[in-house]
Design a protein around this ligand. Structure first.
Ligand SMILES: Nc1ncnc2c1ncn2[C@@H]1O[C@H](COP(=O)(O)OP(=O)(O)OP(=O)(O)O)[C@@H](O)[C@H]1O
Ligand SMILES: [Mg+2]
Length: 248
């Protein structure tokens, strides 16, 4: 098992954003993590990446207890995450932004530069690498966010709505990019509201509601689960993306 989170609780004051969540991910999987707004998906990611300290519970990564180690240590061990709101250094170029990630494993400027160029090629950002990050719109920012994390050479990548706000064309391109990342040997957990993305990428889906995993299974099975329908299927994009989900 690459990742094994057991009974994770994250409490903010008296409110439990994550309430006894357990998830397991095998090396090589693409797992979808879905659920309504406020279900605790990003909070769970924050616990898995070390950005938040869980109130209780245990997180094992590659057999090692990482529950209480820093975000930097998580990154160094190979857990990379994108942020729902991209973290960009606005006045730096796209290349320099990716170099920030590359410095994790390449302390020398020359090596970081070379590593960043390779990532820019893979992510399709090479032609605009010298532009300032502030010139980017949503699709470019989302792609830069993925590139910055890729530059840290993750073994497990947590994508938090990395494809949100893209049009149909851009989504298709981003799905292709995520598939290529997976094919290169990276295990992924993908948080996404756009069902088309989940249906075409995820091998297995976990459904979060009120801080708990309420269902898991193949994408097709999960969209037919009555509890999932009750908690989340009121949202029409599901129905549009999975036309036979409503069939008996
Ligand atoms: N730092 C915080 N302090 C207090 N409450 C928080 C904090 N972070 C998140 N929450 C609350 O925890 C709950 C879960 O939030 P979270 O961002 O994890 O949900 P989510 O599933 O990612 O939702 P979305 O799909 O809208 O991104 C929400 O009610 C949110 O307001
Ligand atoms: Mg979120």
């Amino acid at each position: 098992m690459l990742l094994e989170a057991s009974d994770v609780i994250k409490q903010f004051g008296g409110f439990r954003a994550v309430s006894d969540a357990s998830i397991k991910v095998e090396e090589g999987e693409i797992v979808g993590l879905i659920g309504p707004n406020g279900a605790g998906k990003s909070t769970m990611f924050n616990c898995l990446s070390g950005d938040l300290l869980p109130t209780s519970g245990r997180i094992l990564y590659d057999g090692r207890d990482v529950t209480r180690v820093s975000p930097e240590a998580h990154a160094r061990l190979g857990i990379g995450r994108t942020f729902q709101v991209p973290v960009t250094f606005e006045d730096m170029t796209i290349l320099e932004n990716v170099m920030v990630g590359a410095f994790l494993h390449h302390p020398g400027r020359h090596a970081a530069h070379a590593a960043a160029l390779e990532i820019l090629d893979k992510t399709g950002l090479a032609p605009i690498r010298d532009r300032p990050a502030r010139s980017l719109g949503t699709p470019g920012r989302k792609r830069l966010e993925i590139a910055r994390v890729l530059a840290t050479r993750p073994r497990l990548m947590l994508l938090d709505e990395a494809l949100a706000g893209l049009n149909a064309n851009e989504i298709a391109g981003a799905i292709e990019l995520v598939r290529a990342i997976h094919a290169s040997g990276v295990t992924l957990i993908v948080v996404e509201h756009v069902m088309e993305v989940i249906m075409s990428l995820a091998q297995r889906v976990l459904v979060f509601n009120q801080g708990r995993v309420i269902a898991s299974g193949t994408p097709r099975d999960v969209v037919r689960d009555p509890e999932v329908v009750r908690a989340y299927l009121g949202q029409t994009q599901w129905i549009a993306a999975a036309p036979d989900a409503a069939a008996p």
